[in-house]
Design a protein around this ligand. Structure first.
Ligand code: ATP
Length: 370
């Protein structure tokens, strides 16, 4: 996997060059190179322990890289302390000072920078308004809800108007509803301020909703860097395909290629699959065909779907807006197929134990080499 991502059009705001961090014998971050463009909403996404927080802490200056360099705005900041970088960090725990009021919490960094009183008060008022807690300036953190504390932490991190804001699981402490609502607020805020956000999250839905770009991390390395849409539509590996959204994976081997049409023998699928894929493939090469549940449809007699298979419905999950069907093929492989619930329930004929034919077009699936 190529860990280097360059943006030819513009000098990146952040350049991470061959960065590693070793704790004892653990490579928490393993030779990562990454460019992050200005005004991006950039997410570091990955499962627990993959090195996201360590990478973020190295950007902030709280952790020294074992190897590699970090550049911000063209300047090598690797050896600079946190307060000399144009970076601020919002911590997972919020780390508010419990004995200080909300306003004093927000003013703290400004005071340290010796900002004049009047200007400081104005900035605090602006920040309170920005995160919509104008009336809470006099309260102490323990007199706030979790969502309000999150806003204070955000206001405090933004008060110095940093060039880059680093956020470690910023919505982690919020319940699901508040999380979803706050995701949009965070994006609006980022767009309005034009500050580059770099966010750590383990939640793929959250990363998909908020980010302009996502770096998917795995065991200290970058698996793929892409826009949310490309990450979903064109995952480069089985890992990326499975991490982002639902996917059906069929093991097989390449049997032939004619231009961008690749045929794959797959026992699991019960025959041959046809995939549109423009890269040259070698016959006999082991591959995986990936197809998202929503790209599959029920096949009718006379359909021209090149990929077709029959199976028995084993499970149905009704999710309100859509239903997910688990369909067992003759090979024993289970295929997930989703259908939007546009019709009234009574019109839906599908039931447990029923045999159905499924199919999809060659350009609705992807070919993964690993
Ligand atoms: P999570 O989502 O659980 O916070 P993460 O992706 O942020 O995980 P890191 O906190 O960066 O992961 O940790 C990466 C690896 O480095 C883990 O194996 C962790 O145990 C190890 N690690 C992190 N900090 C230290 C430390 N100070 N000393 C020793 N090992 C550490």
């Amino acid at each position: 996997m190529n860990n280097t991502v360059t943006n030819a059009d513009q000098e990146p705001l952040v350049r991470i060059q061959n960065i590693s961090k070793v704790f004892g014998s653990t490579y928490a971050v393993d030779n990562i190179s990454l460019d992050i463009e200005e005004k991006a909403f950039f997410s570091l996404l990955g499962s627990s322990g993959c090195g996201k927080t360590t990478l973020l802490r190295m950007l902030a200056g709280f952790e020294t890289p074992t190897e590699g360099r970090i550049y911000i705005d063209g300047q090598d900041v690797t050896d600079l302390p946190p307060y000399e970088r144009q970076v601020n960090m919002m911590f997972q725990s919020y780390a508010l000072f419990p004995h200080m009021t909300v306003a004093d919490n927000i003013a703290y960094g400004l005071k340290q920078d010796r900002m004049a009183r009047a200007q400081r008060d104005e900035r605090v008022r602006d920040m309170l308004a920005l995160v919509q807690i104008e009336k809470l300036g006099h309260r102490k953190p323990h007199q706030l809800s979790g969502g309000q504390r999150q806003r204070v932490a955000l206001a405090r991190a933004l008060a110095k108007l940093p060039k880059i804001l680093l956020l470690d699981e910023p919505l982690g402490a919020l319940d699901r509803k508040l999380r979803e609502q706050t995701q949009f607020e965070l994006v609006n805020l980022q767009e309005r301020l034009g500050i580059t956000f770099i966010v750590v999250t383990h939640d793929q839905e959250e990363a998909m909703t908020m980010s302009s770009r996502i770096a998917l991390m795995r065991e200290g390395r970058i698996e793929q860097v892409d826009s949310p849409r490309r990450m979903y539509e064109f995952p480069l590996s089985r890992y990326a395909a499975s991490f982002i959204g639902n996917v059906n994976l069929f093991e097989g081997t390449v049997s032939s290629q004619d231009g961008d049409q690749v045929r794959v023998d797959s026992e699991e699928a019960g025959g041959q699959l046809l995939v549109r894929h423009s890269q040259p493939m070698t016959v006999g090469m082991p591959v995986t065909v990936a197809v998202r549940p929503e790209k599959i449809r029920m096949a009718q007699a006379g359909d021209d779907l090149p990929n077709q298979m029959q199976g028995v419905i084993r499970e149905i999950a009704y999710l309100g807006d859509e239903s997910i069907y688990h369909v067992e093929l003759a090979s024993g492989k289970r295929v997930k197929y989703t259908q939007p619930n546009v019709q009234a329930l009574a019109e839906l004929p599908l039931t447990w134990g029923q045999t159905i034919a499924l199919g999809w077009y060659a350009d609705r699936c992807g070919l993964l080499a690993q």
